[in-house]
Design a protein around this ligand. Structure first.
Ligand code: ATP
Ligand code: MG
Length: 176
């Protein structure tokens, strides 16, 4: 099963992102479907079911021991990665606690057998994929609040129509 940890925006937030995106980039190609909008915390990749069970146990243990507070983010920055043509929305500033959350999840994934991700963590929500060049700067800069409610473990499934994600487990975090 192909898995990753992420933050699932609630429906009003996902709609606000989609709305803003539509107003700024009406002509751009390959928007990520509304239902797929998410912020990846840590990517695991393909893991056997037994490893995922164990992973969930370790998340349980971590969170009952020292739960991090939920992150409050302001999505106020866009970015473009030419390598994979991803155009994204993310926060320009975020709490260190979010880096620690992502770091801990990467560590738990690695101990479950996942390949270690050594890239710097850049919180982002992919808006468009396979852009050949950076889309024009948005006329109206984004300012969308994203309140984390939980840590979600997603299964990523390749389908004929494209990729689909399903939340297979979620851990609510203390709200500040
Ligand atoms: P597809 O790969 O089918 O085009 P996708 O990239 O959305 O779609 P996955 O590859 O399963 O689906 O990735 C799930 C999430 O994890 C996405 O947010 C993706 O950006 C992120 N991700 C995928 N591979 C990595 C990786 N090697 N390192 C960090 N994040 C990754
Ligand atoms: Mg991918």
């Amino acid at each position: 099963m192909r898995v990753f940890f992420g933050i699932e925006p609630d429906q009003p937030t996902a709609l606000a992102i989609d709305d803003w995106r539509e107003r700024q980039f009406s002509a751009a190609a390959r928007p990520v479907p509304l239902a797929n909008l998410h912020l990846t915390l840590a990517f695991g990749g393909e893991l056997p079911l037994a490893a995922i069970d164990e992973l969930c146990d370790r998340v349980d243990a971590w969170l009952s021991d020292e739960p991090p507070g939920a992150a409050q983010l302001l999505l106020d920055q866009t970015g473009f990665w030419p390598g994979n043509g991803i155009y994204w929305l993310g926060p320009s500033h975020w709490p260190d606690a979010l880096d620690r959350q992502a770091g801990k999840l990467r560590q738990l994934l690695a101990s479950a057998g996942a390949r270690r991700d050594r890239q710097r963590f850049q919180p982002h929500i992919t808006l468009f994929r396979r852009c050949e060049q950076a889309p024009p700067l948005p006329a109206q800069p984004p300012a969308i609040a994203l309140q984390q409610r939980e840590i979600s473990l997603y299964e990523s499934q390749r389908q004929r129509e494209g990729v689909a994600y399903h939340v297979v487990a979620a851990w609510p975090l203390p709200q500040r």
